[in-house]
Design a protein around this ligand. Structure first.
Ligand code: BJW
Length: 270
């Protein structure tokens, strides 16, 4: 355990010398784009904590309610744009690439804002709001339809006093492959589900090879992502955290830059 430094000048010298950078991101990086985080203020949808809807039992119990929640978030994200932090990372990747160096973003986010900012090397640990998985034939597909189906048009209002609507399963997103017609689910990783083996393997390889790691806008409490940066720090590689506040892992890192990452990250990567 250490007290992390917030010496930006010293950190920028490390950035200049690095050849393989992993940037691990969480919901906080999209907060300045207007996308709510999971925990803390703004983490509620109606009366629900986001994490209580992001689980297989919640979907089994009430697929209509869970789909309304995801429909709301899909529609919201489609109206939002990448912010300074997403753009700083995408620009950094391009500059590093020109010098024969590598930047990889490992994100827990499902909003695709890194992709829209122009980042190429992205590992999406928890899937995407714009993927669906059929619960019958298990086909995974990209779907940017707005709304995703007629049954959800006008649904998903986030206010706490909204009366719950009963949407029939037949009116929720359905598989369009051949005769399947199975109920679709959001293509994200819920609590209690394992992350895809190939995604974990890819992330593991990058984390093993990197010579610098940035941890941006994550509470560092959801596993397995929460253990990635501490593992990198344990092998002596510099790790810098960018967050509005301290997290349970802050004292394991060499650097901590407190404040909105839309301001701190562009300065660090300039
Ligand atoms: C800013 C900012 C600004 C704001 N600038 N900063 C080991 C120990 C204990 C439990 C477990 C364990 N291993 C597995 C578990 C169980 C579970 C887990 O981790 N539970 C913990 C809560 C304790 N993990 C799982 O179930 C995972 N599966 C798994 O490991 O399978 C094997 C297994 C299962 C069970 C037991 C043991 C092994 C799967 C996890 C999937 C997480 N899914 C979600 C939903 C995705 C779909 C969706 O979006 O709906 O992923 S949950 C949610 O949390 C989402 C996020 O990606 C994830 C992380 O949240 P994140 O990004 O950190 O957001 P916040 O809101 O928490 O934090 C935002 C941060 O930003 C804050 O710190 C702010 O300060 C900061 N911030 N504005 C800078 N402008």
């Amino acid at each position: 355990m250490t007290t992390p430094s917030s010496d930006m000048k010293a950190f920028r010298e490390i950035v200049k010398k690095s050849k393989h950078v992993v940037i691990l991101t969480g919901a906080g990086i999209s907060a300045e784009s207007g996308v709510p985080t999971f925990r803390g203020a703004g983490g509620l949808w109606r009366k629900y904590q986001a994490q209580s809807l992001a689980s297989p039992p919640a979907f089994l119990k009430n697929p209509g309610l869970v789909w309304e929640f995801y429909h709301y978030r899909r529609e919201l994200v489609l109206t939002k744009t990448p912010n300074n932090a997403h753009v700083a990372i995408a620009d950094f990747e391009k500059r590093m690439e020109k010098d024969g160096k590598k930047v990889v973003v490992i994100t827990q986010n499902v909003d695709e804002l890194h992709r829209r900012a122009g980042t190429d090397n992205i590992i999406e640990l928890h899937g995407s709001l714009f993927k669906t998985i059929c619960t019958e034939c298990w086909r995974e597909e990209l779907n940017y339809d707005s709304p995703i189906c007629e049954g959800l048009r006008g649904k998903g209002a986030p206010e706490a006093d909204v009366k719950e609507s009963k949407i029939r399963n037949a009116d929720l997103p359905r598989c369009k492959h051949d005769e399947c017609d199975g109920l679709l689910r959001p293509g994200v990783v819920w609590f209690g589900e394992t992350l895809r083996a190939e995604v974990l393997e890819q992330a593991g390889e990058e984390l093993e090879k990197c010579d610098l790691c940035l941890v941006v806008g994550t509470s560092s409490i959801v596993y397995p992502a929460a253990m990635f940066a501490p593992q990198v720090a344990a092998r002596g590689v510099p790790v810098a955290e960018f967050n509005l506040e301290s997290t349970p892992e802050t004292t394991n890192f060499g650097y901590h830059f407190e404040g909105p990452c839309g301001t701190t990250l562009p300065e660090a990567l300039a």
